[in-house]
Design a protein around this ligand. Structure first.
Ligand SMILES: O=C(CO)COP(=O)(O)O
Length: 250
């Protein structure tokens, strides 16, 4: 049985004091047996959140990392630095990073390797643009992105990757994919993983849906047999809403 995983992606929101205050409100309530709860927060808030999360079952994640351990890369943060802080997860290849920060499939692949090198679990984002969907390219885009990101991973590593299928046209737009459509694409992504490895790896990999997930639709997504969780932007920013998302994954 795959354990459901709800991950909040705060994007570029919250100061340190806002993050700490959020955490004190969700602590306890957003810790639900049988559900993994992860908060992926801005770098500046990570030390305080890791400290606040000690003794809780809520894991803290980053939203990006550089693929090198260190070097002359002004403004970047590496996996060494994140694991040293006690961060457990890292989002890799979010569509906003692919679109605004020129992340290619090759870079995303290197970042997945860097995450494993430092004991971080990658949350790998894949998903199509609106034009690609309209051209019937959704599954092909997800296949190409998934295969590139898994290149060179051992079966043991592959089984630990969390994939987030996020159709780009559904992010922050209030337009969500139907749960049936999301299930269809996610079942296909699982087949792609099976093709790269075997059925046991494909069965172990957790695949989230992301894109306008809210407390009122999270259950519907999670009721689909291949959807193992959600990666949530806007609705993860308010404590009550985040708690409802985690409860909805029970
Ligand atoms: O990009 C997302 C999560 O990574 C989705 O964002 P929204 O939930 O705000 O649509």
């Amino acid at each position: 049985m795959r354990k459901p995983i709800i991950a909040g992606n705060w994007k570029m929101f919250k100061t340190v004091s806002e993050a700490v205050s959020f955490f004190s409100e969700v602590k306890g309530a957003a810790e639900v047996d049988g559900v993994e709860s992860v908060i992926c927060a801005p770098y500046t808030t990570l030390p305080a959140l890791v400290e606040a999360a000690k003794g809780t079952s809520i894991a803290i994640g980053a939203q990006n990392l550089h693929f090198e351990d260190n070097g002359a890369f002004t403004g970047e943060i590496s996996g060494v630095m994140l694991s040293d802080l006690g961060v457990k997860y890292v989002i890799v290849g979010h569509s906003e990073r692919r679109a605004y920060f020129a992340e290619t499939d090759e870079i995303v692949g290197k970042k997945v390797h860097a995450a494993f090198k430092h004991g971080l679990t990658p949350i790998l984002c894949v998903g199509e643009k609106l034009e690609e969907r309209e051209a019937g390219e959704t599954k092909n885009v997800c296949k190409v992105q998934t295969e590139a990101a898994f290149q060179g991973l051992s079966a043991e590593q592959a089984a630990q990757v969390v994939i987030a299928y996020e159709p780009i046209w559904a992010i922050g737009t209030g337009k969500s994919s139907t749960s049936e459509d999301a299930e269809d694409v996610i079942a296909y992504i699982r087949e792609v993983v099976k093709g790269l490895y075997d059925a046991s790896v494909a069965d172990a990999v957790r695949i989230q849906y992301g894109g306008s997930v809210k407390p009122n639709n999270v259950r519907e997504y999670l009721s689909q047999s291949n959807i193992d969780g959600a990666l949530v932007g806007g609705a993860s920013l308010e404590p009550a809403s985040y708690i409802s998302l985690v409860e909805g994954a029970k």
